[in-house]
Design a protein around this ligand. Structure first.
Ligand code: KG4
Ligand code: ZN
Length: 333
């Protein structure tokens, strides 16, 4: 039996998880800093790192208790090493390094995006290749092609704003709160998705995304209304529908081009059930296998980091240096 303790502190969630063997999540605790950052309308990096430092040891104790194991039972430590906020990452990395040193156990560095991708693997341990992952979060809108285990190639990304970032900005302009995604999804349920016509950018550029035009068009639409508060549901529904149409258009084009078998949708925005249902409806007459990640594993959490470590950490053809290189930010195009 092996126990992997995983640490995630890349942004505004402090999270510790324990994975038994390769795929069983026995603890996955997340301490959210949302309430603190809410008052500023977004994440303040300096405040985020301080809160990670204040919370992480307490969370680790709780997680070990929940898993009913002690530090000496741990087989390895996994930690997010990027991309993310430097100060926040350093808190997790320092704790992971200390644990690895003190307990004399291996340290597995994990790319945050690999974590979002492997969050599926607690219920489907193997992929059928070629596979594609659409990762949509507050910092990323990436299409990642996986031709074989351990191979990740970014075949499309956003040229400007990430999808989650735009959800957050639109919600802020409507004074709806932070994070914007879940609030907009809820408001959109009572709205008409065709009420306002908003643009899909870069229609002719197959797998590239751009969301700043949609952001500006939505903000202009809000400004043009005498009383935007009377149209909240329709604005949210129209904005969300345009995001969904854009993601589906580009992702399915990539699936066709690369002859994809398994399609994973992950990252915080993938917890949006309207998005998931729209994808499911659109692929019914294709041979694509949609792997959807359970909502609590879509938003940032340490279990996904532990799952990526138990899957990728043991692959001989990915030496640790390569994972480090890939993690220092961009992917091969
Ligand atoms: O993956 P995540 O927790 O953190 C990053 O790595 O960025 O994603 C957070 C983002 C936020 O922008 C949030 O507004 C968005 O995911 N989000 C959603 C939903 N839940 C979270 N966006 C749309 N619909 C949702 N239900
Ligand atoms: Zn994330």
């Amino acid at each position: 039996m092996t126990y992997t303790l995983a640490i995630e502190t890349s942004c505004d969630d402090t999270s510790i998880a324990i994975i038994k063997d390769k795929t069983t999540i026995i603890s996955n605790l997340v301490s959210s800093q949302q309430k603190t950052h809410q008052q500023y309308g977004g994440v303040v990096p300096e405040v985020a790192s301080r809160l990670h430092a204040e919370t992480i040891h307490y969370l680790m104790d709780l997680s070990l208790k929940e898993a009913k194991i002690s530090l000496n039972d741990l087989s390895q430590v996994a930690v997010t090493i990027g991309p993310g906020l430097e100060g926040s990452l350093l808190v997790g990395i320092s704790v992971a390094k200390s644990l690895s040193y003190a307990l004399d156990i291996p340290l597995i560095p994990v790319n945050h995006i690999h974590g979002h991708i492997y969050a599926f693997s607690n219920y489907q341990p193997h992929l059928h290749y070629p596979a594609l992952a659409l990762i949509v979060s507050g910092g990323h809108t990436d299409l990642i092609l996986m031709e074989k285990e351990g191979s990740f190639k970014c075949c499309g990304k956003t040229r400007d704003d990430a999808v989650g970032e735009v959800f957050d900005k639109i919600a802020r302009s409507l004074s709806l709160g932070y994070p914007g995604g879940p609030i907009i999804e809820k408001m959109a349920k009572d709205g008409n998705p065709s009420a306002f016509k908003l643009p899909i950018a870069m229609k002719d550029s197959p797998f590239e995304f751009s969301f700043s035009g949609l952001k500006t068009a939505t903000l202009d639409c809000i400004k043009s209304l005498d009383n935007p508060q009377d149209h909240l549901a329709d604005i949210c529904a129209s904005f969300q529908q345009t995001v969904i149409d854009t993601l589906i258009l580009k992702t399915l084009a990539a699936c066709e081009h690369f002859n994809i078998h398994d399609l994973i949708i992950g990252g915080g925005v993938a917890s949006n059930q309207t998005l998931l249902t729209a994808f499911k409806d659109r692929i019914t007459d294709t041979s694509l296998n949609l792997i959807h990640i359970q909502p609590n594993l879509c938003t940032d959490n340490a279990a996904m980091i532990g799952l990526a470590a138990t899957h990728l950490g043991n692959i001989d053809q990915i030496p640790t240096e390569d994972i480090l290189v890939q993690s220092t930010f961009s992917y091969e195009h």
